[in-house]
Structure formats: structure tokens, C-alpha cells
Design a protein around this ligand. Structure first.
Ligand SMILES: Cc1ncc(COP(=O)(O)O)c(C=O)c1O
Length: 421
């Protein structure tokens, strides 16, 4: 039974986790859609099971509630739309044990970024053969840890990283991340990761001389990518790279397309099937019938719309008597889970108990004493005029990149709690 205090909450999660692990019996290669799943009427809406759960439980505030059946539905939809691709779930998007356990049970593999994520997957019974160490910035000791745990697939985008892998993970499969455009992405991942294709060519050849297995190439077109043509240009670059490495005697076998598929926030997004069609068409256009092994690393698109944060209105104020705009301060902000509101990039939908009544413009902000803790000031948001201090609000599609971005104790606030149902 769920209880409000945090100790009981942790016990509740452990109990659920044990139940799910017990169900982890076999891997099904062609997953069936989740039986009896109730989805919201519109994409990215409030999942009915979460609505019921919130209505019947006293939760700490703020609190993220995740419907693991929705994660399963998203996984099944993606694997059916892209049957030739292998999914490596990007653990960083939401590392809740129940989420990892369910995806493992469905046959997913995992993209991990650190020893902590490796240990988490292994603890949940995932074989190291199903892990890809996708971070291109790893400590030597962390590569060695991964190798001793049995991980044999590593990403790199620089010569020094390649040498580290050769030293601490001899003989492993390696793939080189290349720089690609990320225009159209609401959360771009450009510049920091990847190298120019010409450099990738040299490094993949060098990988072979270092005793590694030059397995393939990866890219990430940026998270919440709304421009489908980005996959075409990225896949075109990879195909050219496959051809030039082959001329130098190195036969690459794998293309890792990273993430980029969206969740639905305020703006409508195209369906997974439309994204999958764009990817498949680009693959055929650039590789013809000689398709390489394909890997996808979805994060946001699997868990985003499976989570809803319940938060509370702490204060409503105005900066001057004649100003229209109210400032609405919530008990959650940039430092307690909503980091992706940085530059107002991700625009979450918010439900209140007064929806349907008259509304007025607001600035939305978090509760900390940091003036950067403003969620939306430039983006036009309206909330009901009846909104009151103490009202609960629901922030939709917050299952991805929230709990893990929450500070441990900034201003003394507890990190964001999560409950999986
Ligand atoms: C290497 C890698 N793969 C996959 C992902 C997941 O991307 P998305 O959430 O857009 O699906 C990320 C996100 O940062 C990443 O860094």
C-alpha cells in the first residue's frame, strides 16, 4: 500500500521492483502490445492510470508518476515500426528500476553513460552483452570497470578516447560518433559530441591497428528532433563513410542512429510511424539492399509521455498593481527536475483544477532563491484566473530527463520523487 512518508515510498518502490523482477522470466523477440492498456485520448495527454493513481493517493509534492505500461506501449510501437533495428534504451532518460526491468523483460538493450548506469542494468539482471557504453567521454578507470563487467561495445569520437579503449578494453567493438546537423531539435546535442567524417575515417582505420573491432558509426540528430530530413542527411554521411573505410580495407557493419524521436509537449508531433518511414527511406536511399545492422537509442520517445509530475502552487503574485501578468511559483523548478526548460526549450503542458474557466497570462517560476529558476517568461503561457495557492497542477509528458536532472538539495529542497505504477 502506498503511504505519504518518503520511507514508505521507498519501500513501496522496492516492493514493486521485486514484483517486476519476478516477472522477468523470458525475453520475447516480437513483443505483444501491452494488454488492457488505457491510453490518453490525445498523444501526450494524461494517462488514465496515472490520473486514477493521483486521485486516490496522497503523494509528496512534487512527485513524478510513471505508468510503466505506457513505456511498454511506446517500446512495442517503436520496435514494430522499425523491425530491423535493435533498441538500446538510453538509460539517462529515466533510470527508474521498474522502467529498466520492464524494457529488459521485453528484450531491449541499453545505452549506458557511466559505471552507475552499467551497475544498475547488471543489478537488474541485464547481461553485459546487451549494453553499449555510448558516452564518448569516459575515464580510463570507467572503461576498465565496464570491461571487467563484460561490456564489449564502446563509443568514441577522438583519438585519445580510442587509445583509452584499446588499453582498457582490448578487442572490443568500437563505433565512432560523427558530427551531424541538429537544426530542428528542441534539445540539440550538437558540437559537444562527434567528429568530422574525415577524422572518423582515420580513427576507424586506426581502431583496427590498435586491435579493436571497428564496428560502425553513430550519430544523434538532436533530441526532440522535429525535422525528419535530418536523418536523411546524417545517414547519407554515414553511407559515404562506410564506402571510404571499405576502400581502406575496413568493413563497418553497424549504424547507430541515437535518439531524436519526440514526445508530445505543447506542439503536435508526427507519429513514430512517420519518423520510422523517414529513417527506412533514408536507409534504402543511401545503402540500397546492403543494409548494415541498425541500432536506435531512444530515450525521450519511450518514457516522456509515460510520466506526469504533480506539483503545487506555492505563490501567486504581481510585480506591480497595474500589471496584467501574474507570477505563478510552483514547488518544482529548473533545479528540481524541469532543467529542460533552460532557454525555454521544452514547453510542457500544464493541467490545473480550474481548466475550462477564464485564463490570463503568467510567468511560471520555481521555488528556489535563484533568479535563473524561471520556467517560462518569454513563452506565452496562460493559466486559469481562479488558480489558487495550494492548488495541485499536473505537468504532462515529464517522464524523460526530469528525476535525473533534479538537484540533491539545492536550497534544501528534496530531489524529485518518482513512483512507478
Ligand atoms: C548517446 C545518446 N543516445 C541516445 C540518447 C537519447 O536521445 P533521445 O532522448 O532524443 O531519444 C541520448 C540523449 O542524450 C544520447 O546522448
Amino acid at each position: 500500500m502506498f503511504a505519504t512518508d518518503l520511507g514508505s515510498n521507498a519501500r513501496f518502490r522496492r516492493h514493486l521492483s521485486k514484483q517486476i523482477q519476478a516477472k522477468q522470466t523470458q525475453i520475447s523477440l516480437v513483443p505483444e502490445p501491452c494488454e488492457g492498456l488505457r491510453l490518453p485520448a490525445e498523444q501526450g495527454g494524461l494517462p488514465p492510470r496515472i490520473a486514477d493513481f493521483i486521485a486516490t493517493h496522497e503523494l509528496p509534492s512534487p512527485c513524478l508518476v510513471i505508468d510503466v505500461d505506457v513505456v511498454e506501449h511506446n517500446y512495442v510501437t517503436m520496435t514494430r515500426a522499425l523491425p530491423l533495428s535493435t533498441v538500446y534504451y538510453a538509460v539517462k532518460a529515466n533510470p527508474c528500476e521498474e522502467v529498466i526491468a520492464r524494457l529488459a523483460q521485453l528484450g531491449a538493450n541499453f545505452d549506458v553513460a557511466s559505471p552507475g548506469e552499467i551497475a544498475l542494468c547488471l543489478k537488474l539482471g541485464v547481461s553485459p552483452a546487451r549494453l553499449s557504453y555510448g558516452n564518448t567521454i569516459k575515464k580510463q578507470a570507467d572503461i576498465a570497470f565496464a570491461y571487467t563487467q563484460g561490456v564489449r561495445m564502446f563509443a568514441f569520437d577522438s583519438e585519445n578516447e580510442l587509445v583509452k579503449i584499446a588499453n582498457s578494453a582490448p578487442g572490443s567493438k568500437v563505433y565512432c560518433r560523427i558530427l551531424v546537423e541538429s537544426e530542428g531539435a528542441e534539445w540539440p546535442l550538437s558540437r559537444k559530441f562527434g567528429c568530422a567524417p574525415e577524422m572518423a575515417l582515420e580513427l576507424l582505420v586506426k581502431a583496427q591497428t590498435l586491435g579493436l573491432d571497428p564496428y560502425g558509426v553513430s550519430f544523434h540528430v538532436g533530441s526532440q528532433q522535429t525535422n525528419l530530413s535530418q536523418w536523411d542527411s546524417a545517414i547519407g554521411r554515414v553511407a559515404a563513410l562506410f564506402a571510404s573505410t571499405s576502400e581502406l580495407g575496413v568493413e563497418l557493419r553497424m549504424l547507430n542512429m541515437g535518439g531524436g524521436f519526440p514526445s508530445r509537449y505543447r506542439a503536435n508531433v508526427r507519429s513514430v510511424e512517420e519518423y520510422a518511414t523517414a529513417v527506412k527511406q533514408a536507409m534504402v536511399r543511401h545503402f540500397g539492399a546492403k543494409l548494415p545492422e541498425m541500432i536506435m537509442e531512444p530515450g525521450r520517445s519511450l518514457v516522456g509521455d509515460a510520466g506526469v509530475i504533480q506539483a503545487e502552487v506555492v505563490l501567486i503574485s504581481k510585480k506591480s498593481a497595474d500589471e496584467d501578468k501574474r507570477w505563478v511559483y510552483l514547488d518544482i523548478g529548473k533545479f528540481s527536475g524541469l532543467a529542460e526548460t533552460m532557454d525555454e526549450a521544452i514547453k510542457y503542458r500544464i493541467l490545473t483544477p480550474h481548466d475550462g474557466g477564464p485564463t490570463g497570462p503568467v510567468v511560471l517560476a520555481g521555488p528556489t532563491c535563484d533568479s535563473a529558476d524561471i520556467l517560462y517568461e518569454k513563452t506565452h503561457y496562460e493559466l486559469p484566473l481562479d488558480l489558487k495557492i495550494g492548488d495541485k497542477v499536473l505537468i504532462l509528458a515529464t517522464g524523460a530527463y526530469t528525476t535525473t536532472y533534479s538537484a540533491v538539495s539545492f536550497n534544501g529542497f528534496e530531489p524529485l520523487e518518482a513512483v512507478c505504477i
